[in-house]
Ligand binder design. Structure first.
Ligand SMILES: [Zn+2]
Ligand SMILES: [Zn+2]
Length: 322
């Protein structure tokens, strides 16, 4: 099958959109499920997404058993990143199968320490099935573990991001529960104040995709002093720089791809010498102001930012420690 006909996550969202206006959304769900079962979706992630939306739409239409069946399918898609299992666990509890649901939640619990996104989907799912108290206890324990790790400074840099995410989610849930502030809520407000400091957020780093780096280093071999000797070295430098930013409290970090053509056009427009390291720095700044880039760090199970096709945790994440 030609790959351009395969459905992406955006296509699936567009297919699901009309469901909200329908009294009986089952034709939309049937279409979503057929797309997966007929192999018309781009990848496993899209398949899981289609099943999750089917579960959500079906639950909203009042069919809990049907929703549970779709969530179970989403949760068993290979490479599923946790969100689907949280949704499945939530629906198990809502269906009166609390013990099974809690077991699925329990299996997700270690993710709270690893993935800055996990606290939101685990927290919200627990809350949605009446287990908000469990959520805030788990998040408290995760926060204490992460705070110890960041204090010792011996963990990888995702700990700071993850700690802030966990504290934010816990603070939100405790407000809903009308619980008074405790020490961890205090820590949340401290970190929030730091994160609000303009110099600590929205920083972006320019990197050169593999083919662009080859061109840059071929033309200016001396720029290996900033970018590294080769693609491997370049990615190690990038990861170390960003890990450094992250451990000094910077949040909302983005990676922005540079290009030789872009650099040369910039140098021409500004009448600058393209070989000058200052020009490179100015170009990086200009690109950073005009491009959104990609969020860093990626989720651990997401594909790496370097486009290797390998998961981040198996690709560039370990490079900062190499
Ligand atoms: Zn507060
Ligand atoms: Zn990589």
């Amino acid at each position: 099958m030609p790959s351009e006909t395969l459905l992406t996550i955006d296509d699936i969202d567009a297919m699901a959109y009309p469901a909200q206006a329908l009294d009986d959304p089952s034709p939309v769900v049937a279409e979503l499920v057929a797309a997966v079962e007929q192999g018309r979706v781009a990848d496993d992630e899209t398949a899981a997404h289609a099943y999750l939306l089917s579960a959500e739409i079906t639950e909203r239409a009042g069919d809990l058993a049907g929703a549970l069946a779709y969530a179970e399918k989403a949760a068993t898609v290979p490479g599923e990143d946790g969100l689907s299992r949280a949704c499945y666990a939530e629906l198990l509890v809502k269906s009166g199968r609390e013990e099974e649901g809690r077991a699925v939640f329990e299996a997700l619990r270690p993710e709270l320490l690893e993935d800055p996104h996990a606290c939101s989907y685990v927290g919200e799912a627990l809350e949605a099935c009446g287990l908000a108290t469990v959520a805030q206890e788990w998040l408290a324990e995760a926060a204490r573990t992460l705070a110890e790790r960041t204090a010792k400074g011996d963990d990888d840099f995702t700990a700071v991001d993850t700690l802030f995410a966990v504290l934010t989610e816990r603070h939100r849930i405790r407000e809903d529960l009308e619980l008074p502030h405790d020490d961890l809520d205090g820590l949340y407000h401290e970190m929030e104040a730091v994160a609000d400091a303009p110099e600590l957020q929205g920083q972006a780093l320019l990197y050169w995709p593999e083919a662009e780096l080859a061109q840059v280093l071929q033309r200016w071999p001396e720029r290996a002093d900033i970018y590294g000797l080769d693609w491997l070295d370049h990615r190690t430098n990038v990861e170390r720089t960003l890990a450094g930013w992250s451990s000094s409290g910077v949040i909302h970090i983005a990676l922005i791809p540079g290009s030789m053509a872009g650099l040369l056009a910039f140098a021409t427009a500004e009448e600058l010498d393209p070989a000058d390291p200052e020009t490179h720095a100015d170009y990086a700044e200009q690109v950073g102001e005009t491009t959104d880039g990609v969020e860093w760090p990626p989720q651990r199970n997401a594909p790496c930012w370097c486009a290797s096709g390998v998961k981040y945790k198996k690709c560039c994440l370990p490079r900062s420690r190499a």
